[in-house]
Design a protein around this ligand. Structure first.
Ligand SMILES: Cc1cc2nc3c(=O)[nH]c(=O)nc-3n(C[C@H](O)[C@H](O)[C@H](O)COP(=O)(O)O)c2cc1C
Length: 182
């Protein structure tokens, strides 16, 4: 197996990050992996806010719990049972905002996978995090969007958490029933 295929096969969702901040070199490599993603008609319908400010990440984590507590008690209880965090102590988040155009959701998803694979190739853990939408949907949403420099009219696309994984995980099993080779 070549290095690229090995990276794809070994990547896993990390939910246990060490405090260790990312180096400037790691941030540069991840940012450039994000920007290298393909997009429909090369429209690049995204903006990437790379957040290493732990205070901001923690504030959004706490706000996500506030929002869930008010709006989705069952999910709130699940998050609390899983440690009371949606960001798992990640020292860095790449928040991807989107212009909402036709293929933007798919383009942002591809960008995320570039980041996740780049992170794994650098020996870092990652988690693609749809729940990062939650703190932006509550009363502090506009404040957070401003602090993360969302361009005008852009909305949440997806986020990827990155950091040193405190523990590893087996990659999920391949479900070959999902495959037809003709
Ligand atoms: C679009 C998307 C959103 C996701 N959002 C979350 C999330 O908010 N929280 C979380 O813990 N995992 C999230 N995940 C991770 C998935 O749960 C994970 O990829 C899946 O369980 C397979 O496990 P693996 O990534 O370790 O192979 C998300 C994955 C994708 C692709």
């Amino acid at each position: 197996m070549n290095e690229t295929l090995k990276t794809i096969a070994e990547r896993f969702s990390c939910r246990d990050f060490a405090d260790t901040p990312l180096t400037d070199e790691q941030i540069k490599a991840l940012s450039e992996a994000a920007l290298a993603a393909p997009s429909a008609v090369n429209r690049q319908p995204w903006h990437i806010s790379v957040i290493s400010d732990k205070t901001l990440i923690e504030e959004m984590d706490a706000e996500a719990l506030n929002v869930l507590q008010g709006e989705d008690k069952a999910r709130y209880d699940r998050v609390m049972a899983g440690g009371g965090t949606i960001f798992y102590n990640a020292p860095c988040m790449l928040m991807v905002s989107s212009d909402g155009s036709k293929w933007a959701q798919m383009d942002c998803g591809i960008l995320c996978q570039n980041v996740a694979l780049a992170a794994h190739s650098l020996g870092l853990g990652s988690l693609i995090c749809g729940m990062a939408r939650i703190p932006l949907s509550g009363p502090r949403g506009d404040e957070f969007k401003k602090r993360m420099h969302f361009p005008d009219g852009y909305e949440f696309g997806i986020a990827v958490l990155v950091g040193r994984a405190k523990s590893g995980k087996e990659p999920h099993e391949l479900d070959r029933n999902k495959l037809t080779i003709i």
